[in-house]
Design a protein. Structure first.
Length: 314
């Protein structure tokens, strides 16, 4: 079954280039394309959240409200839907997420910096609008389960469609992309009663997106996670990012800005099948946005097996 899942995913990845609608210019590896997180809206080139070494055991539906306040004075608010679907086993799930609706307010500075939208300074639609975002689909595989001396290992393969709108206003980039990553994690019980759980995870991977001059930007992904769990409360801290190759090959290195790094603090509390979520993300480098998030998730045990969080002492 796992081979069939991977085969279908590879077919999807192979078909994503036909969704591209961005015009291609003659390639010049000495010039930056300026197609990177620094020049677009916050949902165009986000730093993907990392797995914690496991996958979801439940059918999980999550709705989040996000507010991004940019360092250049622009603001973005969106509603994002995320769904995790177990694929007949608690070791593989299909995940899909997208900003259902995005309300944006571009500042003069952000339009000028993007260069792409600089010519739209006199267009009222460039200043304020309402659009939808890109669809992400991933297959998440819990490859190895934690034992006494063995860590959890999870693999993920994801693609991004080119469904986002308003490329001309630098809100989304109208070409596909994909990424692969692996996460290694280990949990440690704390205290004599073992009610506290500390989990450490590291991740690495490869992320790619098409640019506008007949080439693609390839990036190395990285992430570090510390997660503390006590009964139904969870606190999580992550440092994540990716590093593209344009910054080291272009003539104008200061213009590439394809190495975003973000620091995110997240809290969750479980109430029966519900989870209440809150997080704050700080853009440290090449991602000129800070993010506030509030959300809720509902979990449905469709496999009839013990859930991830039910393994913890209540």
């Amino acid at each position: 079954m796992m081979r069939k899942i991977l085969f279908i995913l590879l077919l999807c990845l192979a078909g994503t280039p036909v969704l591209s609608q961005t015009s291609l210019d003659p390639p010049d590896k000495g010039e930056t394309t300026m197609i990177s997180p620094y020049y677009f809206g916050p949902n165009a080139f986000p730093v993907p959240d990392m797995l914690d070494g496991t996958v979801q055991h439940d059918l999980r539906i999550e709705l989040d409200g996000n507010h991004f306040f940019g360092t250049r004075g622009d603001h973005t608010t969106d509603l994002t839907l995320k769904v995790n679907i177990p694929l007949f086993t608690d070791r593989v799930n299909l995940t899909a997420w997208m900003p259902l609706v995005e309300w944006y307010n571009n500042s003069d500075e952000s339009l000028v910096v993007s260069r792409l939208a600089e010519k739209a300074l006199t267009d009222p639609k460039a200043r304020k609008g309402c659009i939808s975002g890109d669809v992400y689909i991933s297959t998440d595989i819990h490859l190895i389960r934690q034992k006494r001396y063995v860590p959890d290992i999870a693999l993920r393969a994801a693609l991004r469609t080119a469904s986002g709108n308003d490329y001309q206003y630098a809100r989304n980039y109208d070409s596909p992309g994909y990424f692969f990553d692996a996460t290694v994690a280990k949990s440690f019980a704390l205290g004599a009663l073992k009610q506290h759980d500390l989990r450490v995870a590291i991740s690495s991977g490869f992320l790619c997106w098409q640019t506008n001059n007949a080439r693609q930007n390839d990036a190395i992904m990285f992430g570090l996670m510390l997660k503390w769990t006590y009964k139904r409360l969870m606190l999580e801290q992550t440092l994540r990012g990716y590093s593209g190759w344009e910054h080291s090959t272009t003539r104008n290195k200061e213009l590439a800005h394809d190495r975003p790094v973000v620091l995110k603090t997240r809290a969750a509390y479980r109430i029966k099948n519900w989870e209440v979520l809150a997080s704050y993300q700080y853009g440290m480098r090449d991602y000129p946005f800070h993010q506030l998030q509030l959300g809720a998730a509902y979990n449905i045990n469709i496999l009839g097996k013990t859930r991830n969080w039910e393994n913890k002492r209540k």
